[in-house]
Design a protein around this ligand. Structure first.
Ligand code: BES
Ligand code: ZN
Length: 642
């Protein structure tokens, strides 16, 4: 702000004193005065995003051009963001989302300074960045840097990578973290096309969630990479990774990036990718993003996967050596339709992204690995759904609704099995009620009608009624549509999982519970889903001798499959089983997937006499590996290391 001229300062003061926009009524578009019309953010405008300060009906960003350099020493990304905007002629300012950005200057397209002001910050949402508009302003050039603690970015030292020689950086935008490194309107209902020029130290490769726009150029110790996303995408899908990266093609339109040491293992695990793209296209319609590449990140990546367009981000913990965890790929790939083409307009309708994707994951699994596999996946999903409903307070708890109320809360509160598995069960139920053929025709139609658009629960229900129910009153009653979306719990028409999906496993669990020895032959025959079912159905309280028996029979402390290992460690911690502690320690200090780390650290911390001292030893050791969005929450347990 130092560089402001007096005139600009005065203008800024006038601006903040006099310009208070009244929220527009939903829907109505004002008569245009002949200036560029504002594209409606919604086809049926009925959603206001409480997690963004933007007021898109006044002025909205439609294209972002980044020109940035990555500084590993300072842990900053800096340069310019040029925003093309659409606005009402009378709009006096545009509001962007900003969380901790260090802004140096803002000018218009001609280099004339524009007044700007950062409003009061909220710890969750960040702050509104208001930029004054002149009557003819249609472009903003923001010179800025991200802060070293930007939550979207994780900076890894060479020690924290597989190769140990080069540093690494990756971003995670969903849900509302991209505002920590990109000054734009960070709302999923405000779609933007984008392009980026990225400068990194020579020897490193920068990849992004868009097609490459030019061959990389290396000069004077720096490499320049260019990417361009011609489609309009929600801004949470802008992503970057920088490191010592190598690429291996998997098929005509897919391939994998990762550190050289990981490349072969990653490519082997991902061998079914092209088959999955074909299966997804049969289900959803044509793949509209040209290529489907993936990047396998270092183990600190906090999620299983993230559906960044053209370039899914993946945890290395899905590599089991036998493709047993590749439903993750089917899931992220399916988001190329559900989420990336038709996008939840606000985080209250997150189920539209994840529930549809989870449903699609089962269908892709069925097409490639058969109906038995799919039935098992669905049954596991329903198990975890029921468990989640318990955790959330039972079948009447408000957060068990698909359309949820996030007022005053972070979008993270919606990241539950309700969105994923209740959403998928809803779609399974519609499918079973109308028949697969009719349902599949509707599904393709849904993506045709809503591609590159924000969608809401209301839009979804209206679309189902118009194109599937078509006034059939009996069908309408059978489907219980509103109950599914707006009421808590599970409606009575829900399709139950196949009771025979795990007959063999459930018999074995019952035997073990009655005192039988663990069935080693059965365990070695079982697939990953069956092993997970076995561990999750065991009595939650087991004496040491029984845990010893399991551990010795199945080698659980040393299991390489990370999902199975996690299920075992949860059971072990719940029973204060000391012989699992070294395995637990190794698990928590070599990967940082939130789904694994959070429940284990929390369970330890809550057990004050046995667990807490263990957590206090392990957490500070694991912490350097964990992503800011993991440590942000776990630091509150005061286990040290922060
Ligand atoms: N889009 C999600 C990840 C996400 C959701 C990140 C909300 C931030 C906020 C991704 O597609 C996902 O669901 N990942 C799952 C894997 C999947 C197989 C259930 C995960 O990371 O566990
Ligand atoms: Zn997902």
């Amino acid at each position: 702000m130092k560089l402001w001229s007096r005139a600009v300062l005065v203008a800024a003061m006038v601006l903040t004193a006099s310009c208070r926009f009244v929220e527009q009524d939903n829907g109505a578009q004002p008569a245009s005065n002949g200036a560029a019309a504002i594209a409606p953010i919604l086809n049926t405008a009925d959603a206001r995003d409480i997690h963004s300060f933007a007021r898109p009906r006044e002025a909205r960003v439609h294209h972002v051009a980044l020109d940035l350099a990555v500084d590993f020493d300072a842990k900053r990304i800096g340069g310019t963001a040029t925003l093309d905007i659409q606005r009402r002629p009378e709009a006096k300012e545009i509001i962007l989302d900003d969380k901790g950005l260090e802004i140096e200057s803002i000018t218009d397209g001609e280099g004339e300074p524009l007044a700007w002001k950062v409003g009061a910050a909220d710890s969750n949402l960040g702050a509104p960045l208001a930029v004054a508009l002149r009557p003819d302003t249609e472009r903003l050039v923001i010179r800025y840097k991200s802060a070293p603690e930007a939550e979207a970015l994780q900076w890894l030292t060479p020690q924290q990578t597989a190769g140990k020689k080069q540093p690494y950086l990756f971003s995670q935008g969903q849900a509302i973290l991209n505002r920590t490194w990109i000054p734009t309107q960070d709302s999923p209902g405000i779609r933007q096309s984008w392009e980026a020029k990225i400068r990194v130290p020579a020897g490193l490769t920068a990849v992004m969630s868009a097609p490459r726009a030019a061959e990389p150029i290396t000069q004077g110790g720096e490499s320049l990479f260019e990417y361009r996303m011609a489609n309009s995408v929600p801004p949470y899908l802008i992503a970057i990774a920088v490191g010592d990266l190598a690429f291996k093609p998997l098929g005509p339109r897919s391939g994998v990036w990762t550190e050289p040491a990981m490349l072969d293992a990653a490519a082997t695990e991902l061998a079914d990718t092209e088959k999955m793209i074909d299966a997804a296209e049969k289900l959803f319609g044509p793949y509209l993003w040209e290529r489907y590449d993936m990047i396998v990140l270092p183990p600190s990546f906090p999620f299983g996967g993230m559906e960044n367009p053209n370039l899914t981000f993946l945890t290395p913990t899905f590599i089991a050596g036998d493709k047993s965890l590749v439903s993750l790929i089917a899931h992220e790939l399916a988001h190329s339709w559900s989420g990336n083409l038709a996008t939840n307009a606000t985080w209250a309708d997150f189920w539209l992204n994840e529930g549809m994707t989870t449903y699609a994951t089962y269908r892709i699994g069925e097409a490639i690995y058969g109906p038995k596999y799919a039935a098992q996946q669905y049954a596991l999903g329903v198990d975890s759904l029921n468990e989640e409903i318990g955790t959330l307070g039972g079948a009447r708890a408000p957060d068990t609704r698909l359309h949820i109320d996030l007022k005053g809360r972070s979008p993270d509160h919606g990241l539950t099995e309700i969105a994923y598995e209740k959403g998928a069960a809803f779609l399974r139920t519609i499918e079973a009620t109308v028949g697969r053929e009719r349902f599949d025709a509707w599904l393709k139609g849904w993506f045709e009608r809503h591609r590159f658009e924000p969608v809401t629960s209301a839009i979804f229900l209206a679309d189902i009624r118009k194109h599937l129910v078509k006034g059939d009153a009996a069908l309408e009653r059978k489907l219980m549509l509103d109950e599914w979306v707006y009421q808590p719990g599970l409606p009575p028409n829900m399709v139950r999982p196949d009771r025979l999906a795990f007959t063999d496993v459930d018999r074995s669990v019952a035997g073990f519970a009655r005192g039988a020895a663990p069935d080693t032959a059965a365990w070695s025959r079982w697939n990953t889903a069956e092993r997970l079912r076995f561990l999750s159905k065991l009595p939650r309280k087991l004496p040491k001798a029984r845990l010893d028996a399991l551990n010795q029979a199945f080698g659980l402390n040393g299991v390489g499959n990370m999902e199975v290992r996690f299920a075992w460690l949860e059971l072990a911690v719940g029973n204060r089983y000391d012989p699992a502690v070294p395995s637990l320690e190794q698990f928590l200090t070599t990967q940082g997937r939130r789904k694994f780390v959070r429940p284990l650290i929390k369970a330890l911390a809550e057990d004050s006499s046995w667990g807490r001292p263990i957590a206090a030893r392990i957490y500070p050791r694991g912490r350097p590996l964990y992503h800011p969005l993991v440590t942000g929450e776990l630091d509150e347990l005061k286990l040290g290391g922060g």
